[in-house]
Design a protein around this ligand. Structure first.
Ligand code: CUK
Ligand code: CUA
Length: 669
């Protein structure tokens, strides 16, 4: 009797294992496919009844239809949004506005096992440490997709950390962070990340001036000791890494450089950065003798648009005309002036956004305290540089005349910040104070009726950045813009005093003043800044890692990858090394016996090949949590400093016997 029962249990376990391994548990009854509706309408009567019952307007209904993506169908676009001071990147499908993934970047992220013990992720995060301080968060601002010939190529993604002057590299084969670099000469940044048109460089512009290398200098010596600094991080596409040894920086005056954008096509070879605090204000100070920063940095009517010739700077760097500071080549400001790398043009008033048009012919500047956007012409800039200028700033940087380089100004409303473009020759500027998106037309060669406001769409509320489909490329798609609003106020159910942000999807496919608000997406995760939107079919992510035992940092087979049957535990003095396999629904071995004080090196390999067969590894008491995706190998290392009875278990519901997927770690006192 007892034997029969055991036999039956064994049979059942085998059956369940077989079913889960072959994916049979997913086979469901397929519903009879329904025919799509005819183009001339013919909506089912029930649809009208539902709309009436829910009090939906005709606009609501079209908005719902435009954003609905049925099960089994995919979104057309993928938006990579900064996760703000959450230190992450949000991956969002458009038009559904569904969150597809949250990528751990500067901040540990337990779902992906990012920064919870795997030596690979810890090493990447440690790359961003500042001196003796472990930094485990970041303030992400501007994601930048890698480009080939000024088009997104879908290979890599970069993002900066404003709080600590760092840049991260994400590989879009597996949507994981591969590298974090700490800028050794700056302590905060802002005008990054942006890429040059072939991802030759990842650009990281500065923000609040500090001495180069952020050593101490009295703020009384601000004008002499404090500096701005723009970095050109060389990107090695083969290795998928920033090569700091082939990178350079350019010293700038201690104005607070803000956003930057790289030129393309007609302006290829140039980078443009806004600045504020050309007043060089240093705050009220302890005795309150001077204006506070807010007022002190907003006195001037004009600040300086920085116009930087990076191709020439690259030549100057290759010619060795730099100083090495903290291991990085720095082109000194005087060299930059002498070699013609740096020019200024006046820009009104408290500028913020700087955005190059698709053909690279114009640069749009938004001034927070000016109701206009100012549009500069690269042809005029080049002509003005060629003609020469006698005007100079306090540091000797040549200043081009405003009227010589300005193409047009368009009055839009209050608080223009950032501008994006579409395929119809329209530009879209976020109006922070108006809480609106302004659509305006570009002039020749985009439109014959250009340089005028077309219409405004209210958004909710206090819009910061705006993103458009394929917006930073030479050929934007039009179709959608997304308003990244800072305040949501009354748009969602109250969840307490800390409110979500509001991403609003807007249909821009109709001309003139017709823009339709389609969708409100609450973002309950810090304050995103910029986002980029790529056509989904440009992404070619892996479904599973290409081979079993894959190391996600070296992107090759790990030397400690474990094959089934090769599992083992080797003790050498007080060092214990474990080679473990992970598969539905067990760990081999499933019991580890240690002594207090042992040093443990534990290699784990998920030997699965089935899509989505991810296993977790949650080890109690030791702050360790892993995500082992199909094929992935990883290693953890720790000291068994706390004796006792511990368990590890799988955190992904991977099979019918998922709860049985566990092991014991026994540590003798
Ligand atoms: S900044 Cu946030 S709204 Cu960092 Cu690009 Cu303008
Ligand atoms: Cu593996 Cu649950």
């Amino acid at each position: 009797m007892k034997r029969m029962a055991i036999k039956r249990t064994v049979f059942l376990v085998l059956l369940i294992t077989l079913l889960t391994l072959t994916g049979c548990n997913r086979a469901q009854q397929t519903p009879t496919p329904q025919a799509a509706l005819p183009a001339d309408g013919g909506l089912p009567q029930s649809a009208a009844a539902i709309a009436a019952e829910r009090g939906l307007t005709p606009d609501d209904v079209t908005a719902a239809l435009k954003t609905y993506v049925p099960t089994g169908k995919y979104d057309d676009y993928v938006m990579f949004a900064s996760g703000g001071h959450g230190g992450q990147i949000l991956v969002i499908g458009l038009p559904s506005m569904r969150i597809l993934k949250i990528i751990g970047v500067f901040t540990p992220e337990p779902w992906q096992g990012w920064g919870y013990g795997s030596i690979e992720s810890e090493a990447v995060l440690d790359g961003g440490n500042v001196g003796p301080n472990k930094i485990r968060w970041g303030d992400t601002h501007h994601p930048a997709l890698s480009e080939t010939a000024a088009e997104y190529d879908g290979n890599f993604l970069f993002i900066n950390d404003k709080a600590n002057a760092r840049v991260a590299v994400i590989d879009l084969r597996d949507f994981e962070t591969k590298q974090i670099i700490k800028n050794p000469n700056a302590i905060n940044d802002h005008g990054g990340s942006f890429v040059t048109p072939n991802t030759e460089y990842v650009v990281e512009g500065p923000q609040y001036a500090a001495p180069i290398g952020f050593g101490y200098a009295s703020i009384d010596e601000y004008k002499d000791e404090y500096r701005g600094l723009i970095s050109f991080w060389k990107f090695d596409k083969e290795k998928g890494r920033i090569d700091m040894a082939a990178s350079f920086q350019i010293e700038l005056p201690p104005y607070w450089q803000d956003l930057c954008d790289a030129g393309k096509l007609e302006s290829d070879g140039w980078v443009f950065c806004n600045s504020f605090n050309t007043e060089m204000a240093t705050g009220a100070g302890p005795d309150g003798a001077n204006p506070q920063f807010e007022a002190g940095v907003s006195k001037n009517d004009m600040d300086y648009l920085h116009i930087i010739n990076w191709k020439k700077a690259e030549e100057v760097y290759k010619a060795g005309k730099f100083e090495t500071i903290n291991g990085i080549a720095v082109i000194r400001m005087q060299t930059a002036i002498d070699e013609g790398l740096l020019y200024f043009a006046p820009e009104p008033k408290s500028p913020h956004g700087v955005d190059v048009t698709p053909r690279g012919d114009y640069i749009t500047i938004g001034g927070k305290l000016d109701p206009h956007v100012s549009i500069y012409s690269i042809a005029k800039i080049k002509a003005a540089i060629a003609a020469g200028t006698t005007e100079k700033d306090a540091y000797g940087v040549p200043v081009l005349k405003f009227d010589d380089v300005l193409q047009a100004q368009v009055e839009l409303g209050l608080g223009p910040l950032h501008t994006v473009y579409d395929d119809q020759g329209y530009a879209y500027t976020s109006l922070f104070l108006d809480s609106a998106v302004a659509r305006w037309s570009l002039g020749e060669p985009y439109r014959t009726d250009g340089w005028k406001l077309e219409g405004k769409l209210p958004v909710h509320y206090n819009i910061g950045h705006i993103a458009s489909a394929e917006g930073d490329t030479a050929s934007p798609d039009g179709k959608y813009v997304v308003a990244l609003n800072k305040w949501s106020v009354d748009r969602f159910v109250n969840v307490g005093p800390l409110l979500p942000q509001n991403f609003q999807l807007v249909d821009i496919s109709q001309p003139g003043d017709k823009m339709q608000l389609l969708y409100d997406m609450a973002v309950g995760e810090a304050e995103p800044h910029y986002a980029q939107i790529i056509k989904a079919d440009k992404l070619h992510a892996w479904e599973v890692y290409p081979e079993v035992g894959f190391n996600t940092i070296t992107m090759a087979k790990d030397e400690n990858a474990v094959e089934s049957g090769q599992e083992r535990v080797v003790r050498n003095g007080n060092q214990v090394e474990i080679w473990m396999t992970v598969v539905r629904s067990h760990y081999t071995p499933d019991r580890i016996e240690l002594q207090k004080g042992d040093h443990v090196i534990w290699h784990l390999t998920n030997v699965e090949r089935a899509r989505d067969a991810t296993h977790g590894f949650a080890l109690s008491g030791y702050n360790i949590n892993l995500s082992l995706e199909p094929g992935e190998a990883t290693t953890i290392e720790f000291d068994a400093n706390l004796p006792g009875t511990f368990t590890w278990y799988c955190t992904e519901f991977c099979s019918a016997l998922h709860l049985e997927m566990l092991g014991y770690m026994l540590i003798k006192p």
